[in-house]
Design a protein around this ligand. Structure first.
Ligand SMILES: [Zn+2]
Length: 238
């Protein structure tokens, strides 16, 4: 709700979820559009500035030039893009989550990595014989797929399922997720955090809640996401 007073760019998270959940057809249509547009987005986001730099009509300096033309561009500004949320809840087999009667009390947000590609996680989550899913999956290109309504229970974290929302990031606990995933994740986490009034300490790595079995999403990924969430909140307050 706090997003309503913000500029439109920041208004994405809650509104977007509502809009795309209107109907299956619409969600499929959105899904198709989003896939297309987000491919463009992800291309625009990362390599475009690099490309510009390379293809800019600079005269190539002689080798003696003190300025190296191969110098990597200075860090790209955090792209001001809106993550796409693709609502697949109506495609998720009913056996893969537990419908919750009444309003669920949510006091924890659990972050994961899939330990595989986003595509393979997506296929598993939509497979009726697969019982372990999370509410959201953030794909490598920053696209966010939603598999279950937040009020329903998914099996993603032993002993915490009934009280938590789970977000999976495509990737591995011992490898950094992409910048697009960090940016999209920060938006998604911030919107959930605000909606359920969760303090930062309630955003947990899976590894902390099931330490004997899990290592995901890894310290570096957790740090990157929390840092981005904090930055996002600071921006919101200004
Ligand atoms: Zn996990």
């Amino acid at each position: 709700m706090i997003y309503l007073v913000s500029p439109p760019r920041k208004a994405f998270p809650l509104e977007h979820v509502t809009v795309v959940s209107e109907s299956l057809e619409q969600s499929l249509e959105n899904s198709a559009q989003n896939i297309t547009s987000s491919v463009i987005t992800s291309q625009e986001m990362m390599p475009s500035q690099t490309l510009e730099t390379i293809t800019a009509p600079h005269p190539i300096s002689p080798a003696s030039s003190p300025i190296s033309t191969e110098k990597t561009p200075s860090p790209l500004p955090r792209p001001a893009y809106q993550p796409k949320i693709i609502n697949l809840t109506e495609l998720t087999p009913a056996t893969n989550y537990q419908k919750w009667k009444g309003k669920r009390t949510i006091d924890t947000l659990v972050l994961h990595t899939t330990e595989g590609s986003g595509n393979s996680a997506r296929n598993s989550f939509l497979n009726p014989s697969h019982k372990y899913i999370a509410h959201y999956l953030v794909a490598e290109n920053g696209e966010i797929l939603q598999f279950a309504e937040e009020n329903n229970v998914t099996s993603h974290c032993k002993d915490y399922n009934q009280r938590s929302i789970g977000i999976e990031f495509a990737g591995h606990y011992n490898q950094l997720i992409t910048d697009a995933q960090v940016a999209a994740g920060a938006h998604l986490i911030s919107s959930i955090k605000a909606k359920y009034d969760l303090p930062l300490e309630k955003i947990k790595p899976h590894s902390e809640l099931d330490p004997s079995r899990r290592k995901d999403p890894g310290k570096a990924n957790m740090d990157a996401l929390l840092k981005a969430v904090k930055a996002y909140q600071t921006k919101e307050k200004k």
